[in-house]
Structure formats: C-alpha cells, structure tokens
Design a protein around this ligand. Structure first.
Ligand code: NAG
Length: 416
C-alpha cells in the first residue's frame, strides 16, 4: 500500500544515510521495486459486497450494531450516561491550545476522570508539540486530512488510494512528528466544503471510498456523516456491517458492507430559525449575547438528554471562539451546566464507542471505563523547522530532533 511504500522509501533513505547505524548492512538490502498497489491489500471496488438489510440477530455488540435510535443493550434512559462529544476541526496551534487548556484541563467527569475532547486535526500550521501535549493529557487526536483541500471535486474524484494517502499519510505524520502511537489514532472526518470563504453547512461524503480507506489502514470510525432525519430522537453510533438507513443529504453515502467500521453520526443541531447545521459554527441564525447563545446550546442538548441520550456532539472549529468572545463564554457556561448533571460524561469519541460496545448502567460504569483515559508524561522537546511549501515559508514545530528535508505532504508524509 502507499503508506508502506513511502515508509519503505523512508527507511531506505534513513539506513543508507547512516552507515554506522549497524541496523542492517547495505548488502542485506533489497532494491525497492515500483510500488504495486494490487499487492498491497487495498480492497478493490469489485471486492466490495453490497450491504444487506440489518439482521439484528446476526449483528450484536461489541463489534456490530444495526443503525438505530434504540439505546444500546436495551437499557433504560434513566440508568445510562449522557455522553457529550466536544470536537474541534483543523490545525492545532498554540493559539487554539490556550482555549483548550483554559476550558478543559481542570474539569472532571462524575467518575473523577478528566474530561476529554477530540481533535480532527489538519496538517498545515499545526504545532505538533501541542498535539503531543494534548495526547499526553488523554485527549483524542483524530484526522482531518493532509491537504484539507477545499474543493468538492477533489474529494469526489479522489480514489481509494488517494484517501489512503490523505488519512494514512496523515496518521504517519502525526505519529512521527508528534511522537504518539499510531494505534491511538482511530477516527477521521472528511473536510468541510468551503466556497468563497463561506462555510457551507454540509460535509462531503464520497460513497464507499473513504470507508474503504479506513478499513484498509485499520482505523475504527468515521465522524463525517450528518443526519437530519434522525435528530429527534437522535441516532446512536452504529457499524457498517449492514445497510445504513441514515439519510444522505450530501454526496454519496456508502452502500457496501464494512464490517466493524463505526459511524459516529453528526446529528444536526437546529438554529434559532429552525435551519439545521452539523457544525455549530455553520449554523446561520445564532444569537450573539452570552445568555441566548447558552440557551441555544442547551435547547440542542436537551433534544438528546430528554429523549434517548444518544451521544451529543458539539462539533466546531476553534475559530468560533475567536469570532465572538461571547461564544467562548457561553461554551464555558455550558460546560459548567454539564458538570452540574451527575449523569453527563464528556469523553473522546473512542471512549464513547467503548461504552456503546459494552453498554452498562451508571452504577456499573467502572466496568466499562475501568480506568481514567491513559495519560503520559509529555516528552516532546520541540524543534521549529523552517520549510518551504510551494514558495511559502512554513514553520513546523515538531518533536523530532532533526527537521524533515522537505515539508511533509501527500505521498511523502515524513518529508524525506
Ligand atoms: C459501493 O459498493 C457497492 C458494493 O460493491 C456498490 O454496489 C456501489 O455501487 C458502490 N458505490 C459507489 C458510489 O461506488
């Protein structure tokens, strides 16, 4: 596969440029041949099997779940946690990090564990030392592509190999330059469409392709798929072993079977004029005063909390905080409100899926989440690398001792 080919090239360069390494001798090495994608295990379109109607008797937790608004495990609403998912798209920068630090680092869930957010990060302008730090604190790092290409046609035309290069390649970049284990990166979100600077409140799906890529590179879930039809009651996460009945407002939705791949649906919000939006900052009619913004957020939250407690997604870009300080103030007040509810858990998408896969009542929550999210000692000695991206300077702050030779990008994630 492409990732493998690129890595092989990287290893060859590394080995051949460090003759004293003792790792392997030059004459042990085999000349790399042209990459043969057909030998790589990428599933081809004709390998895909059309998903059939979900057979609940054959599809059971922990690894299979039919698309549904039913509470997992047949539990009652009164006995389950309300999971809240806070996510941020785009670059992780020192500026954004200051908000995350201020908003999250001292908050805890009812079980005493720190709250977590999930960052669908894009590559350009990201400070990888901050990525390292967030991960070390137990937050979830997820992927939003390398190029973050704003044109619909690009994502439409991209083939499976292209999706693998965007997301598998980005996983290589993050794992290497932020020095975090590859296996801790499990989720993707395809970039938002942006036209003429206006964010269109829709995301882009590309049929089977991105899901095929996810499966090929061994990742677990997608969080790009909005739903308008399953807002009230809202949709729970489910797997793509069987046919999804989720509405498909944008692009093409997957129709093949992808066993064990999870969809964390982007259940839409409603703005104050009744229009739907999948990202909060794409909602059109939103109040500007703190009290009213808070009410707007709570109204959307209660659509989940008062019906089936499907995970409530608060999906946004940090730019929303910068665009109006009242947005940030309302956000903090909303987090305070959540802290006052003893059945609300603010967790990463990975941790949320752990509960869905093994649903237990609040009394037994410690049998699902037996320990707090793993944290590690932050160990990034950051180096700032001045690199060139198409004639423009990019300062890439990262955790390796030495800088990449060129700016890491599609098909050359390690910048060799
Ligand atoms: C997805 O895969 C299924 C099963 O092979 C196929 O029938 C369908 O046409 C594919 N969808 C697209 C958009 O290619």
């Amino acid at each position: 596969m492409i990732k493998f080919c690129v890595l092989l090239a990287a290893i060859l360069v590394l080995v051949s440029s460090t003759p004293k390494s003792g790792i392997s001798r030059a004459d042990d090495l085999v000349l790399a041949e042209a990459c043969d994608a057909s030998a790589s295990g990428i599933s081809r379109a004709d390998d895909l099997v059309l998903a059939e109607a979900c057979d609940a008797s054959a599809c059971s937790l922990p690894d299979c779940r039919c698309m549904s608004t039913d509470i997992p495990g047949g539990l009652d609403i009164s006995e389950i946690p309300q999971i809240v998912l806070l996510t941020f798209d785009d670059a992780i920068t020192a500026l954004n990090y200051a908000y995350y630090e201020d908003a999250f680092f001292t908050r805890t869930n009812p079980d005493g564990c720190p709250v977590q957010a999930t960052y669908f990060m894009s590559h350009e302008y990201t400070d990888y030392s901050k990525v390292h730090d967030l991960h070390a604190r137990g937050h979830e790092i997820a992927l939003h592509s390398i190029t973050h290409e704003p044109y619909t046609a690009y994502w439409d035309e991209l083939d499976v190999e292209g999706y693998i290069a965007e997301f598998g390649g980005e996983r290589d970049i993050v794992s290497h330059f932020a020095d975090i284990p590859e296996d801790d990166i499990q989720g993707i979100r395809i970039p938002l469409l942006q036209l003429a600077g206006i964010r269109i409140p829709l995301l882009q799906l590309a049929g089977n392709k991105s899901f095929q890529a996810l499966q090929t590179i061994g990742m677990k879930y997608d969080c790009s798929w909005p739903t308008q039809s399953y807002m009230d009651p809202p949709l729970w996460p489910y797997t793509l072993d069987y046919k999804s009945e989720q509405d498909c407002p944008i692009g093409e939705c997957p129709t093949a079977s992808f066993p064990g791949i999870w969809v964390q649906p982007m259940v839409n919000w409603r703005d104050t004029s009744g229009y739907v939006c999948s990202m909060v900052d794409a909602c059109i009619f939103v109040p500007t005063e703190t009290d009213e913004i808070l009410e707007f957020i709570k109204t959307n939250f209660h659509r989940h909390y008062d019906s089936n407690k499907a995970p409530f997604g608060f999906y946004m870009h940090a730019a929303w905080f910068q665009s109006n300080p009242n947005n940030y103030e309302a956000y903090l007040q909303f987090l305070d409100y959540l802290e006052s509810l003893n059945d609300v858990y603010i967790v990463s998408i990975q941790r949320a899926l752990e509960w869905v896969q093994n649903p237990k009542s609040l009394d037994e929550i410690s049998s699902v989440w037996s320990s707090c999210p793993a944290t590690t000692e932050a160990s990034c000695t950051s180096t700032s690398c001045a690199l060139d991206k198409d004639g423009e300077a990019r300062y890439m702050v990262q955790c390796r001792n030495s800088c990449p030779s060129v700016y890491p990008w599609l098909n050359n994630p390690l910048g060799v």
